[in-house]
Design a protein around this ligand. Structure first.
Ligand SMILES: *Cc1c(COP(=O)(O)O)cnc(C)c1O
Length: 434
């Protein structure tokens, strides 16, 4: 079966968790951890390689999961990295990504950031015409640059407004309705050599994703008719592909996406064009899960509440927009074994001092007791990278696994680390203990 769609079953989580408990990773000061299946991530990259033409660069979106050790594993497997900010460019460099395999995509790049990227040979996708002018005034002073233009295909939103980036008035890229100006920009700037489109992922129908690419590819034909054939030598398809957070969601297989592209936009696969992809969510989301000890169970009104150590700090979107962002939740016993018995309704709440910190209400689970583990599924993307500092809890331990091997991807943040974070200077934080 395609590992693209495969999810972590609670039995898999149980066996990895039991190994982590046996290895002593869970202690009184470490009641929660995140787990990332690096083997699955690598298998997904291999599937991308198999589905796209040879030479395609798969630049995984750093913002989906910015841990340097995860980025390092991606780079070692041949991936590139897509950076949504200058800091993400630096994270990519820290993970030993060759500059030519980084794609710098921020909508707010400063002059200094652009100069740095040009000096280091980092490919840039330009967001707007003013940014293009900034680059034009520097080009020639540096080594040959790889510069693309982000075009908003204006295909409309998906079912989640806040993550729909290709609406008519989206803040990203140059709207395709300004096609004459786009073509003129390619005529005026011989260094422009790539087109970039990104439509989004969760809540986007396959037809919309494919249509966004088709529209920008038709623009490519017009640009080449007015300049020269082969003028656009790189086409960056962006990220995309939603994942199944609910068991009854029907996710889009990678093969369906690629077949859709081949049908509507065969020119992309005709040879002679270098492709770039920027998947984030589909690579990471279902490769990651979390486990937290249940600290307390208490009765409040008619509800039985289980208090755990991860909540709205890890799952901001879940807490604020629960109807759009779902995570499956399971319970394991204190040794990490699946629990049996009759189910009873339980409400899972996080550790933060605000009442919206609720992960699920009235879930039917086998009876949850203090000391048990609650497993949060599909938290590998847009979770730790969106960590909220509300109430100043430290980032949890993150473990990676590949088959039988468990390794630390990030130590937990200690209270001292958090004091240092909020201090004037990281070098000289005030003493927090008498
Ligand atoms: C966030 C982002 C991606 C990754 O998107 P997914 O929805 O995670 O696949 C790719 N490209 C750009 C420009 C992005 O902003």
């Amino acid at each position: 079966m395609s590992r693209w769609l495969e999810r972590t079953h609670v039995e898999d989580a149980s066996s990895v968790l039991r190994r982590a408990i046996a290895d002593g990773f869970f202690r009184e000061d470490t009641p929660a951890a995140l787990f990332h299946d690096l083997g699955r991530v690598r298998a997904r990259l291999a599937e991308l390689d198999a589905c796209f033409p040879e030479g395609t660069l798969h630049a995984v979106a750093v913002k989906a999961n910015p841990l340097v050790e995860i980025l390092r594993a991606l780079v070692a497997a041949g991936a590139g990295l897509e950076a949504a900010s200058f800091e993400e460019v630096r994270l990519a460099m820290a993970a030993d990504c060759p500059p030519s395999r980084i794609v710098f995509d921020s909508p707010a790049k400063t002059k200094d950031e652009l100069a740095w990227a040009l000096a280091h040979g980092v490919p840039i996708n330009v967001d707007n015409f003013d940014e293009l002018d900034r680059i034009a005034s520097r080009i020639g002073q540096t080594k040959p640059a790889h510069i693309g233009l982000r075009v908003n295909p204006q295909v409309g939103g998906g079912s989640i407004a806040l993550t729909s980036v290709a609406t008519r008035a989206s803040k990203f890229g140059v709207p395709i309705e300004r096609r004459d100006e786009i073509i003129a920009a390619f005529e005026a700037h011989p260094f422009l050599c790539a087109l970039h489109v990104h439509v989004g992922s969760q809540g986007m129908p396959l037809a919309t994703l494919v249509e966004g690419v088709r529209r920008v590819d038709s623009l490519r034909a017009e640009i080449e008719a007015r300049t020269s054939p082969g003028r656009v030598h790189t086409f960056d398809l962006g990220g995309g592909l939603p994942v199944a957070y609910r068991p009854d969601d029907t996710p889009i297989p990678l093969s369906a996406y690629v077949n859709g592209l081949k049908e509507t936009t065969p020119g992309l696969f005709a040879g002679g064009l270098r492709l770039v992809t920027e998947f984030g969510r589909a690579i990471h989301a279902t490769a990651g899960w979390a486990a937290s000890r249940v600290e307390y169970v208490k009765q409040a009104g008619d509800e039985r509440l289980a208090v755990i150590h991860l909540g709205a700090d890890l799952l901001v979107r879940r807490a604020y927009r629960p109807e759009e962002w779902h995570h499956e939740i399971a319970v394991l016993d204190a040794e990490g074994r699946p629990k049996g018995g009759l189910t009873e309704p339980v409400t899972i709440v996080g550790p933060l001092c605000f009442s919206g910190d609720v992960l699920a209400r009235g879930l039917a689970l086998p009876r949850v007791d203090p000391g048990d583990f609650v497993v949060l599924h599909d938290v590998g993307a847009y979770t730790l990278g969106m960590w909220s500092r509300h109430c100043s809890r430290g980032l949890p331990l993150v473990l990676g696994y590949d088959g039988e091997t468990l390794s630390i991807l990030k130590d937990r943040e200690t209270p001292d680390d958090v004091v240092a974070f909020w201090s004037r200077s990281r070098e000289q934080p005030p003493r927090s203990e008498p």
